[in-house]
Design a protein around this ligand. Structure first.
Ligand code: PEP
Ligand code: MG
Length: 601
């Protein structure tokens, strides 16, 4: 324990990002020594030399990253694209040209100019709504840190040189730092900074080393050589544990290992109910890099690929080639299972660089999803061409979002057909039989489901939006969050209507809103007749296991009772009573149960 730091806590709580428990000695690495950056003004005659110094640092950074990528250990080789992202950031014009311009115009040193550019980029990211994409600023900062280090002629923390089995303790670790770790030596790591969706977290999972991030004060209280327990499942770190702590955590270790092996054994098996009904469980993803996790957790393909990321990431619009390569990679990795690619579902408020984006008073009711795409045909064409071309490499499905009626669907389908014609003329391959489905997330689409079913191959019920539109509750407005009620009897009736419409036309109905990931809802959805769920990849083993403990016959009986209940609260209480014994028996962790809370107030 460090002296002079005040009374140090014994247990630190952080964000669990890679599961498992390890006990070992701390190895503190200094990664934060570059926090202080000085400004100095340059003589005019030194300005170009400074630009050259900056360009040299960029070059060295690029070379280091390429070398790191080439020497990545086997378990994370498939995550090389994370380093590619860093190489792309290195080419970013705000970072590159923006910094050079500042050096020249303001005659300041490269470090200070880079710091200013970073501040501007950070401001742009802060305006982004999506928390995952907002979190990508971490990657930009990692790259900037590395450039800074090279400007200062400093070595990166020597994580590759660790010779003993240790737990790495750092203020911050970049994915590149993590990729350098020798997994035979690094038992786990903890950091002050970082979040659940950081690329460093993804690396830790791929390497299968327990990790806790976002501890804030780990480097303040942990000293080199301290004994540490890291519980990467619960997000806990114990500094210099006593005997009883060690026994307690060893017990946890055994428990986690038992659960992991159970999950590993059963996650790839199909989800068949006690009375023999096969339920398909696919995954929702937002980024290509999640595909590995989907397969590892037993996802039967991708039920919803949200495609907004590539549009939010680039400042201009992504090119057809960029989109095509991304979709093709996903399709090839997931084959022979399907990938359902949802066409762009951006709201006007999200991205000003998308043509047609407006500053709307009610963006959720404005020019979003299919409406925006049908207005901005060039942009839509680019995406559809990319999706169609990717369909030549595996099983692709298209989902149109926000369909509110038959005309909109017909317009979208006609446009798709015209693009197939374009590809035919150009001799470009695609799957002419690819299935076309729609999101059912607007109440009018529920009412019209019977008619819509005649024109599509499948429905995908998006309860996240359906709840918002049906109950008139803005899904991101905390003032009315207490009324966002997935168990509202109106929502259950709507799902039933859609399933019945799908059944009549032989079309499949899947459900891909957050409700599908909530163990409390599994029986309810099976009772309603849903045969396909698309969920968060990490919950796949749990939901599959739950399905195996449910019989459709019982689920239907429960549904019969549930449909008599007039309020969301009563529905939830009923489900808690029915599902809790099963959930407890399977040992399903609390953290899985928070997706579909209905406030009890
Ligand atoms: C939904 O609305 O339920 C859905 C899955 O889509 P998103 O959350 O992307 O709007
Ligand atoms: Mg939606």
């Amino acid at each position: 324990m460090k002296s002079g730091e005040g009374s140090a806590p014994r247990i630190l709580k952080g964000i669990p990002v890679s599961s498992g428990v390890v006990i070992g000695k701390a190895h503190v690495v200094e990664t934060s020594q570059l926090k202080i950056v000085y400004q100095y003004l340059l003589d005019e005659k030194h300005v170009e030399m400074e630009v050259e110094r900056f360009m040299d640092a960029l070059h060295t950074t690029g070379e280091q990253l390429k070398k790191l990528k080439d020497s990545m250990p086997e378990p994370i080789k498939s995550h090389g694209f994370i380093i590619d992202t860093h190489l792309m950031i290195l080419q970013d014009s705000m970072l590159r040209e923006g910094t050079v311009e500042k050096i020249r115009k303001e005659q300041i040193n490269a470090e200070w100019a880079l710091k200013k550019s970073l501040r501007e980029i950070r401001r742009l990211f802060e305006e982004i709504d999506d928390p995952y994409i907002r979190g990508r600023i971490d990657d930009v900062e990692d790259v900037a840190d590395r450039i800074m280090r090279n400007l200062a002629g400093q070595e990166a923390p020597p994580l590759g040189d660790i010779t003993q089995r240790v737990i790495v303790v750092a203020h911050k670790l970049s994915p590149a730092d993590t990729s350098e770790m020798d997994v035979t030596k690094v038992m786990g790591f903890i950091t002050d900074m970082g979040g659940r969706t950081s690329h460093t977290a993804i690396m830790a999972q791929a390497l299968k080393i327990p990790a806790v991030v976002g501890l804030e004060t780990a480097t303040q209280f942990v000293e080199d050589g301290d004994l540490l327990i890291v519980d990467g499942t619960a997000g806990e770190v114990v500094i210099n544990p006593d005997d009883s702590d060690i026994i307690r955590f060893q017990e946890r270790q055994v428990l986690y290992q038992e659960k992991e092996s159970l999950i590993a054994k059963s996650s790839q098996a199909p989800a068949i109910t006690k009375d023999g009904y096969r339920i398909t469980v696919r995954a929702n993803i937002e980024f290509l890099e999640e595909v590995g996790t989907v397969k590892e957790y037993g996802g039967e393909g991708i039920g919803l690929y949200r495609t907004e990321f590539l549009y939010l990431k680039s400042r201009g619009l992504p090119s057809e080639e960029e989109l095509f390569l991304d979709y093709k990679e996903a399709v090839e990795q997931v084959a022979p299972d399907p990938v359902a690619i949802r066409t762009l579902d951006l709201g006007g408020e999200k991205l000003t660089s998308v043509p047609g984006s407006l500053n709307e008073a009610n963006p959720a009711l404005g020019l979003r999803g299919i409406r925006l795409c049908l207005k901005e045909r060039d942009m839509f064409r680019t995406q559809l061409r990319a999706i169609l071309r990717a369909s030549a490499f595996g099983k692709v499905r298209i989902i149109f979002p926000m369909i509110s009626g038959v005309q909109e669907l017909m317009d979208a389908k006609a446009f798709l057909k015209s693009i197939m014609g374009e590809l035919d003329e150009e001799g470009l391959g695609y799957d002419p039989y690819l299935e076309v489905g729609i999101m059912i997330e607007v109440p009018s689409a529920v009412t019209m489901a019977e008619v819509l079913a005649e024109h599509v191959d499948f429905f995908s019920i998006g309860t996240n939006d359906l709840i918002q539109y049906a109950l008139a509750i803005d899904r991101v407005n905390e003032h009315v969050a207490y009324m966002y009620q997935p168990f509202h009897p109106a929502i259950l009736r709507m799902i039933r209507t859609v399933v019945e419409a799908g059944d009549q036309c032989g079309g499949r109905v899947s459900l891909c809103g957050e409700m599908a990931s909530d163990p409390l809802c599994t029986g309810l959805l099976l009772g309603l007749g849903i045969t396909e769920l698309s969920i968060n990849a990490r919950t796949i083993p749990v939901i599959k296991e739950l399905i195996r403990s449910i019989s459709i016959e019982e689920a239907r009986k429960d549904l019969h009772e549930v449909m008599k209940l007039p309020t969301a609260r009563q529905v939830r209480e009923y489900l808690l009573e029915r599902m809790n014994p099963i959930i407890e028996k399977l040992g399903i962790n609390e953290s899985f149960l928070n997706t579909t809370q209905v406030p009890m107030g």
